[in-house]
Design a protein around this ligand. Structure first.
Ligand SMILES: Cc1cc2nc3c(=O)[nH]c(=O)nc-3n(C[C@H](O)[C@H](O)[C@H](O)COP(=O)(O)O)c2cc1C
Ligand code: SF4
Length: 454
C-alpha cells in the first residue's frame, strides 16, 4: 500500500526520549528484526533489499541492493561504512535520525553487516555533531552489553564490531572515497573511480558505503518484507522520504513523507505556505548542489526519477554554445539529492543566493583537480561581483562557460555540485543575472560607449 502523509517508518520514534535507551527501544519492538535476519541466509537479505527498491538517501539515489551486489563473491574481508558526515547545505535529517533513534541505525547496520559478510563496521560522523556523537557512542556501548555487537551474535558464530569515528568537519569527507581516506588516517582527498569502493574500498578491501537514512530503513525491510517497502513508494523508489525544509515557509522542519509528494503539496500543505502570502520563486529540491526548480515546476513529485526527467521540460541553451546537460536524458536537470529542500520567495535576490552557494563550494573544494579548484573559485568571484553590482560585460556567459568547463571533468562530484546549480540558476533565472549586470558601472559604461559609437 502506498505511504500516506501519516505513514512513519524511520521517524516513528522522533520525540520519544525513551527510544534512545536500549530498554526503551526494545520495548517498542526494536532489535526484533535481527532474530529474523539471523534466521535468513545473507543472500536472502540482499534479495529483500533489492526487492524493496531502497535507494540511497545520501545524494545519488543509487539502488542499495544493487550496490551490495557489486561486492566480489570471493571477498574475504568486507567493510560496511555508514556515512553520517551530513554537510550538504539544506540537509539535516541524519543528525535527527541519530539523535532520536540511534539503535535503529545500529540494528540496520548489524543486519546489513550480516548480509554483506562484514565483521567490522564503521560510522563516520561529522565532527561538529557532538550531541549526536555522544548519543551514538552510548547506544553502541549498550548494544555491546546486550550482546547485539561483539562475538557470536545470536549463537550463530557471527562476530561484529562497530566503531564510531568522528570526522574533522570537512564537507568533502562526505564524498565516499574521501571519507575512506579520512577513515584510514589520510588526507581527505577523493580517489579516482573506478575502482569503486565495493571492489576496493577501506584499507583496500571491498567496502559498502551507505547513508544513515538508507541503513535505518533496513530493519523495517527485514521485518515487513521487501515488497511491503517497495509498495510504500512509487515506481522504482521504495519507502518514504525524509525531507528537510528550510527557507521561506511558515513551518520549516524535518518531515517523513510519501515518496510521490509534490513540491507544491510540501510547501503549501505540509509547511503551511509562504510567509506574508508571497509567491514562490525558486526551490532547491535536494540540497544546495542540486539545480533549482522554478514556479512552473512545483507539481513535479520530489522523487528520484521524476525530478531528473520531466517530459514537459525541453533542453535549454544556457548561453551561446553552452547546453545544460547532466547526462542520461535528464530533461528536468535536477535531482532529489539528500532531501534538503530550500524555498525562496519572490523577494529573494537570486544572484546573491547563487553567489553564496558558489562561495561554499569554492571554500570546500579540496583543490586536487584543476577544473574544480580554479573553476569553483572563479564561479564564486564572478557571481559575487555580479551580485554586488560590480559585474563586467560578458560575466553572465562567462559563468555559464566556467560551469560547463567543470561539469563532468573532475575527480569527484563536488565539481558538479558547484557547476550544476550555477547552470540551473542561469537557465531558469537568467533575467535576474542580466538585471544585476545592467546595474554595474562597467556595464553602464559599455552601453554608453556602444551608444556613442552608434
Ligand atoms: C562532495 C560530496 C559530499 C557528499 N556528502 C555526503 C554526506 O554528507 N552524506 C552522505 O550520505 N553522502 C554524501 N555524499 C554521497 C556519498 O559519496 C555516497 O554516494 C553515499 O554516502 C552513498 O550512500 P547511499 O548509497 O546510501 O546514498 C557526498 C558526495 C559528494 C560528491
Ligand atoms: S572535484 Fe573538487 S573536491 Fe573533488 S577531487 Fe577535484 S578538486 Fe577535490
Amino acid at each position: 500500500m502506498p505511504a500516506s502523509r501519516g505513514t512513519k517508518v524511520v521517524t516513528k520514534n522522533f520525540g520519544n526520549e525513551a527510544a534512545k535507551a536500549i530498554a526503551g527501544y526494545e520495548s517498542l519492538g526494536g532489535y526484533a528484526s535481527l532474530k529474523k535476519a539471523f534466521s535468513m541466509k545473507p543472500q536472502e537479505i540482499t534479495d529483500e533489499v533489492k526487492k524493496s527498491n531502497l535507494r540511497g538517501r545520501g545524494g545519488a539515489g543509487f539502488p542499495a541492493g544493487m550496490k551490495w551486489g557489486f561486492l566480489p563473491k570471493d571477498a574475504k574481508t568486507v567493510y560496511l561504512v555508514c556515512n553520517a558526515d551530513e554537510s550538504e547545505p539544506g540537509t539535516c535529517k541524519d543528525r535527527e535520525l541519530i539523535y532520536w533513534d540511534p539503535h535503529q541505525l545500529i540494528e540496520g547496520m548489524i543486519a546489513s553487516s550480516y548480509a554483506l559478510g562484514c565483521h567490522h563496521a564503521y560510522i563516520y560522523i561529522r565532527g561538529e555533531m557532538m550531541r549526536e556523537v555522544l548519543v551514538l557512542k552510548q547506544a553502541v556501548d549498550e548494544a555491546y552489553s546486550r550482546g547485539y555487537l561483539g562475538k557470536n551474535l545470536f549463537g550463530t558464530g557471527f562476530d561484529l564490531d562497530l566503531t564510531v569515528h568522528r570526522g574533522a568537519g570537512a564537507y568533502i569527507c562526505g564524498e565516499e572515497t574521501s571519507l575512506l581516506n579520512s577513515l584510514e588516517g589520510k588526507r581527505g582527498w577523493p580517489r579516482l573511480k573506478p575502482p569503486f569502493p565495493a571492489v576496493k574500498g577501506l584499507f583496500g578491501e571491498p567496502t559498502i558505503v551507505n547513508n544513515v537514512e538508507t541503513l535505518s530503513n533496513v530493519p523495517h525491510i527485514i521485518q515487513n518484507g521487501g515488497q511491503w517497502f517497495a509498495d510504500l513508494g512509487v515506481g522504482k523508489s521504495g519507502g518514504t522520504r525524509i525531507l528537510c525544509v528550510s527557507g521561506h515557509v511558515n513551518r520549516p522542519g524535518v518531515f517523513e513523507l510519501p515518496m510521490g509528494i509534490t513540491t507544491r503539496e510540501l510547501i503549501f500543505d505540509v509547511c503551511e505556505g509562504v510567509p506574508a502570502g508571497r509567491k514562490v520563486k525558486a526551490v532547491i529540491p535536494g540540497g544546495s548542489s542540486m539545480p533549482p526548480l522554478n514556479e512552473s515546476e512545483l507539481d513535479v513529485p520530489i522523487e528520484f526519477d521524476a525530478l531528473m526527467t520531466d517530459p514537459r521540460i525541453k533542453e535549454v541553451e544556457v548561453s551561446p554554445g553552452v547546453k545544460f546537460d547532466m547526462g542520461g536524458g535528464r530533461t528536468l536537470r535536477t535531482m532529489a539529492g539528500s532531501g534538503g529542500v530550500v524555498v525562496m520567495d519572490d523577494s529573494t535576490d537570486i544572484v546573491a543566493a547563487c553567489a553564496r552557494i558558489m562561495r561554499f563550494y569554492a571554500h570546500e573544494s579540496c583543490g586536487q583537480c584543476t577544473p574544480c579548484r580554479e573553476g569553483s573559485g572563479w564561479l564564486a568571484r564572478v557571481c559575487t561581483r555580479l551580485a554586488e553590482g560590480n559585474g563586467k560585460p560578458g560575466d553572465v556567459d562567462l559563468l555559464a562557460s566556467i560551469a560547463h568547463g567543470i561539469a563532468g571533468n573532475t575527480i569527484c562530484a563536488l565539481g558538479d555540485a558547484a557547476a550544476w546549480p550555477m547552470l540551473g540558476f542561469l537557465t531558469k533565472f537568467r533575467s535576474d543575472f542580466e538585471a544585476k549586470l545592467a546595474l554595474s558601472p562597467a556595464a553602464k559604461a559599455a552601453t554608453e560607449a556602444k551608444r556613442r559609437i552608434a
